[in-house]
Design a binder for this molecule. Structure first.
Ligand SMILES: Cc1cc2nc3c(=O)[nH]c(=O)nc-3n(C[C@H](O)[C@H](O)[C@H](O)COP(=O)(O)O)c2cc1C
Length: 376
């Protein structure tokens, strides 16, 4: 399938504007999601084998998830499970509905297997997302895998009122998803990344803790690949006090690797976050650092430049308990989750592992989840 997609389907899709194709694909997947027979057929083609993982109190049928940003408004919730994903992260959603930045705002750097985007949290708002999720839950099509929600800050909300903005979204969505990700790392909302500063993030997490009595829902924090290790360490200091369930590493980067290709240079000169292959090694470095710094005790979702089982294995052995992808799906097509899960199973068999948790952090001194987070 991957060959078929890469050689025959992708060249046709890539003759169109990136956002137009994104919209078209979402509409198709929304249609798949509404039709049981079609959804079952898609699952029979693309469904992944089991590779169970338990993390932050949830059970995942496999460790390969859909990253935030692909399905911001929960249009195709059942389809992601049918495409073999072991979990889905919906959103980013903001408290206020907002149009995002003016198009064009999504660009492919094809020779580098990369994307530059400055979408700017275009989404219908938390209340509309809640309605959509309640609708999917009322059907029998709610996926069997964990569903998370990526929370962003509304553009119109000033930075000093960010905590309430995140908490408002969380309150209306709390009972409708399994876990939440505080996104303070998108480069496309002015000054958002300043919220990665320890004091600002502490205020947001305090407001969320208040709204999350008994820590009923795991809350993770998504970090930028552009943070220094010192800045990451400051965030990790909040893990115990604010009961952070894990870190999602990483979001897109504002840096650009050197290139001599004129087309790529033109795309790289666009403002926005870069994802895909050029992000892969930096994202793995960040995962390794967090794993080492937390002595393997803090769950990490690894994301950034995953196209193959080898890429996913690199993230897992660096310390990620789960992985996610976005750009890989655009370049490799709908069979990717299944291909990666199969490849991971083969790798585990080759090194004699029966449980994926034994691979986590293997290249980085092993794994020790389960210890109290407050020890961090
Ligand atoms: C078009 C686009 C939109 C995105 N929107 C979000 C978002 O709303 N929230 C978020 O946390 N990350 C968002 N991301 C970042 C991805 O979730 C992911 O962290 C990043 O793309 C790196 O993974 P990849 O190399 O597999 O794409 C977006 C990425 C892309 C390409």
């Amino acid at each position: 399938m991957s060959w078929f997609y890469r050689k025959l389907v992708r060249p046709v899709l890539f003759t169109h504007e990136a956002e137009d194709i994104h919209q078209l694909m979402l509409e198709k997947l929304a249609w798949v999601s509404r039709n049981d027979l079609v959804c079952d057929t898609v699952e029979s083609w693309f469904g992944a084998p089991q590779l169970p993982v338990k993390l932050f109190g949830l059970e995942f049928p496999n460790p390969v998830g859909l990253a935030a940003g692909m399905d911001k408004n929960a249009e195709a919730v059942p389809a992601w499970a049918a495409l073999g994903f072991g979990f889905t992260e919906l959103g980013g959603v903001t408290w206020h509905p907002q149009p995002g930045n003016p198009p064009p705002r999504l660009f492919r750097a094809i020779p580098e297997a990369a994307i530059v985007n400055r979408m700017g949290f275009n989404n219908e708002g938390a209340a509309a997302l809640a309605e959509k999720l309640a609708h999917w839950r009322a059907t029998h099509r709610w996926p069997k895998h964990p569903v998370g929600i990526n929370l962003g800050k509304s553009k119109i909300t000033p930075l000093d009122q960010a905590a309430e903005d995140y908490a408002n979204s969380f309150r209306v969505l709390r009972d409708l998803a399994d876990f939440f990700v505080v996104n303070v790392s998108s480069p496309n909302t002015p000054n958002l990344r300043q919220l990665q500063d320890k004091a600002a993030l502490d205020e947001i997490l305090a407001a969320l803790m208040d709204a999350n009595q008994d820590a009923a829902k795991p809350i993770l924090v998504k970090v930028a690949p552009d943070l220094s290790f010192d800045a990451l360490d400051e965030i990790l200091e909040l893990v115990g006090p604010r009961r952070i369930a894990g870190i999602v590493a990483t979001n897109t980067t504002i840096t650009r690797p050197p290139t001599t290709n004129a087309t790529v240079q033109r795309i790289y000169s666009e403002t926005g976050g870069l994802s895909g292959l050029p992000l892969r090694s930096r994202s793995t470095e960040v995962i390794s650092h967090i794993h080492r710094r937390s002595a393997g005790k803090l769950p990490i979702i690894g994301v950034g430049g995953i196209f193959t089982a080898a890429d996913a294995w690199e993230k897992i052995t660096a310390g990620a308990g789960l992985v996610q992808l976005y750009t890989g799906l655009v370049y490799e097509g709908p069979g990717l989750a299944k291909t990666i899960v199969r490849g991971l199973r083969q790798r585990m068999a080759a090194v004699g592992l029966s449980n994926l948790c034994h691979a986590v952090g293997r290249s980085n001194g092993g794994r020790r989840f389960g210890s109290p987070r407050s020890e961090l």
